[in-house]
Design a protein around this ligand. Structure first.
Ligand code: ZN
Length: 412
């Protein structure tokens, strides 16, 4: 699938800092330790609706991971998927009497535009579920042959399920207890009550064709893939095991990332699937959870249509820490707009306060689990000094402009 437009990332003078990042599985901040090529897989959208600010915040967090690795001289192999076949897409298409393929293509195109506007560096490979079906079928057949998967006893719809504890490591990603797992499994697309399953927490790998639903012929019989195995297979086939970072929103901690890891580990007999599981927190609107059922989603494309500077959206979202649930409101946007204006004036000044200590602080804060609030405060202080005429370094404004672009993704 076609990825989106990239842009050059300036080189920044001085000494980069190795990135430390919170790992959900370990429950602590740990160094990322990529080789010459750093590998990252971030779960992509199910394209049934436009990108809202919660999605944007997630992709911005991992864009900062990407940027800190680039600063450290790594080649970054970043892969993202598009879940271009799944229940939510079919449900929305049916509701709106739309064609699910057209809906998916339209929303994916809009997502690319949103990401480009927000200056999110594109993944090297942007991979659809549909185009990956042959690989997914092969993986599910392998899990069946190895005894990690089974067919439900249902002659009409012989779906294939994953034995959730096939590896004996189930729970090692989320560390949730069983009641928490049961609750999230039921709330987030699982089917604990499906008759014929051996255990309520067993997850769907291959859904046998239903009347009126799209399906693909395969050695498993006609059907379509489950969601978790889609990500396992795309990540494994494009990046291999022991990814440096598996990323997504915090609502993917369980079940999605627990099962993606379990499937991959059952397929390869290796552990771990990812060396870091990193999750971005949720964005609320005016203090209320943003969700499609409440109808209070704020779409990036809507803000763009209202001529809001995408850099103000970016700075507004980054003004809170990526692991803190936070609220979006007019005040956050206004602060973002004002900050962009101040920073822009400062990097356009004839001279500024010393750039070197600011760039060192920016790197320190971002390397410390992407501490954007402190990074932004450091830039605010520099801009204040510069706009007050306290700086005499004529090279500073350009150096800061380049650093903000490279490290924070804020182009002024
Ligand atoms: Zn995923």
């Amino acid at each position: 699938m076609q990825t989106w437009q990239s842009h050059p990332v300036p080189r920044v003078a001085g000494t980069p800092r190795p990135l430390r990042l919170f790992d959900t599985a370990a429950g602590e901040i740990r160094p990322t330790a990529p080789g010459p090529t750093a590998t990252m897989y971030v779960c992509g959208i199910t394209p049934y609706d436009a990108t809202h600010l919660g999605h944007a915040a997630t992709y911005l967090a991992f864009d900062l991971v990407h940027r800190q690795w680039l600063d450290n001289g790594h080649d970054v192999h970043y892969v993202q998927n598009v879940t271009d076949i799944d229940d939510p897409l079919l449900e929305r298409a049916a509701r709106d009497q739309d064609d699910w393929v057209v809906l998916g293509m339209r929303e994916t195109a809009l997502f690319r535009e949103d990401m480009t506007a927000l200056r999110v560096l594109p993944p090297r490979e942007y991979v659809g579920a549909v185009e990956s079906i042959p690989e997914i079928v092969e993986a599910v057949a392998k899990l069946l042959a190895g005894g990690a998967a089974y067919r439900v006893d249902d002659p009409e719809f012989p779906d294939v399920y994953f034995d959730h504890d096939a590896t004996g490591r189930f729970g090692s990603e989320s560390n949730y207890d069983e009641p928490t797992m049961n609750r999230y499994f039921a709330e987030r697309g699982g089917d604990p009550d499906r008759p014929g399953k051996r255990h309520p927490l067993d997850a769907l790998l291959w859904r046998a064709a239903r009347p009126g639903e799209p399906s693909w012929d395969s050695e498993l019989g006609p059907g379509r893939p489950g969601w978790h195995v889609e990500c396992s297979v795309i990540a494994l086939n494009h990046l291999g095991m022991a990814l440096d970072v598996q990323g997504g929103g915090s609502d993917l901690i369980f079940p999605h990332h627990e099962y993606s890891a379990a499937h991959a580990e059952a397929l390869t007999g290796q552990h771990p699937f990812a060396r870091h599981y990193t999750h971005a927190a949720m964005i609320a609107l005016d203090g209320e959870k943003m969700s499609k059922s409440r109808g209070n989603l704020v779409f990036v494309s809507r803000l763009r249509a209202d001529k809001v500077d995408p850099m103000a959206i970016r700075l507004g979202l980054l003004s809170g820490h990526y692991r803190t649930d936070r609220s979006w409101d007019q005040g956050v946007l206004d602060a973002g707009l004002a900050r962009v204006a101040r920073w822009r004036a400062a990097v356009n000044a004839a001279a500024g306060a010393d750039a070197e200590p600011l760039i060192a602080r920016l790197r320190d804060h971002l390397a410390d689990d992407l501490d954007t609030p402190r990074a932004i405060a450091a830039v605010d202080a520099w801009a204040e000094q510069t706009l007050a005429g306290n700086g005499r370094d004529e090279a500073a404004p350009a150096a800061v402009r380049a650093a903000l672009d490279a490290l924070l993704g804020v182009a002024l």
